[in-house]
Design a protein around this ligand. Structure first.
Ligand SMILES: Cc1ncc(COP(=O)(O)O)c(C=O)c1O
Length: 289
């Protein structure tokens, strides 16, 4: 890697000396866009088209513009030139920037712009008998919600929408109208006297708090069902609450601005809030208190 020159926020420097903040949202929440541009004969190919696509992504995500088209194009040229790239690619990435970690989308922060260039003999299929093989896979982009990855851009955008609407949380609903989970919480609903929550089938994150609350509910003799609830049934739910490590057990009183289910927290939610608080205290209080 040594000898390769990269770019970060105004500086060209050896790639092994470059660093970004540990709080950068590109790193923590995948809150960023990128472009890869082709270099042929030491020249960047179609930089304008790449710039315009990047701008569309930045605008869609409300990330500040880090550079004008002319700067983008000279940055790509300079990366290729400083690294002596005749054939290869230039990679550029814009992240929303660094700030205290939050799912909410921060305003007015400085975006991070970084880039590097790579030499490669392209395209490889020319050396591989003139053609390539493919396999087919089902389109699971992104349906691995059971993995706690940092691919949190959709969660962050949803949380911001909730915040803009004066709500605490955004609850994801599937195409088939099933209630999945919140942007950073799991969802519980009391329906026909039983406590329902989505099964841990890969479509939701298996929350630690979810598992604790389910266990508490069972110890309390509350009927539990790990079954997905249809969104239209939320309105007839008696109670609804959210669980999460930094949320604990939060009673829900409105859905899309409409109050439902009478007084929140309802009796089952209230019991579980009390039991959860007691458990938290019991397991964390200093010995002898
Ligand atoms: C998508 C999602 N669902 C649920 C949760 C709740 O999980 P836990 O109780 O482990 O915090 C989180 C927590 O970050 C989350 O990101």
């Amino acid at each position: 890697m040594s000898g390769r020159i990269c770019y970060i926020d105004g500086d060209f420097l050896p790639i092994d000396q470059a660093s970004i903040s540990i709080l950068d949202r590109g790193l923590l929440l995948a809150d960023s866009v990128y472009e890869v541009l082709r270099v042929e004969n030491g020249t960047i190919f179609r930089s304008g088209q790449h710039y315009r696509r990047m701008m569309r992504g930045l605008e869609a995500l409300a990330i500040a513009t880090p550079c004008a088209e002319s700067q983008f194009s000279s940055l790509c040229d300079e990366l290729a030139q400083r690294n002596g790239i005749e054939q290869g690619s230039v990679y550029l990435q814009v992240t929303r920037g660094a700030t205290e970690r939050t799912h909410l989308v921060p305003r007015n922060i400085q975006p991070t712009l970084l880039g590097f260039a790579s030499s490669a003999d392209l395209p490889k299929w020319k050396d591989q008998g003139g053609s390539v093989g493919v396999i087919t896979v089902s389109d699971t982009r992104w349906s691995h919600c059971g993995i706690k990855t940092t691919m949190l851009l959709p969660n962050s955008l949803a949380k911001q929408r909730a915040n803009d609407a004066g709500a605490y949380e955004a609850v994801f609903v599937s195409e088939e109208a099933f209630v999945r989970e919140g942007a950073s919480t799991n969802v519980f609903v009391v329906l026909d006297g039983a406590l329902h929550t989505h099964p841990t089938d890969g479509r939701i994150l298996p929350g630690v708090t979810r598992a604790i609350v389910l266990d508490l509910a069972r110890r309390e003799g509350i009927a539990t069902k790990e079954e997905a609830v249809r969104v239209e049934h939320l309105r007839k739910a008696g109670e609804m609450f959210l669980t999460g490590t930094t949320t604990d057990v939060a009673p829900v009183s409105t859905i899309d601005g409409v109050t439902f289910g009478g007084h929140a927290p309802g009796p089952i939610t209230e019991r579980l809030i009390t039991r959860f608080a007691a458990l938290l205290e019991a397991e964390t209080a200093p010995a002898g208190r």
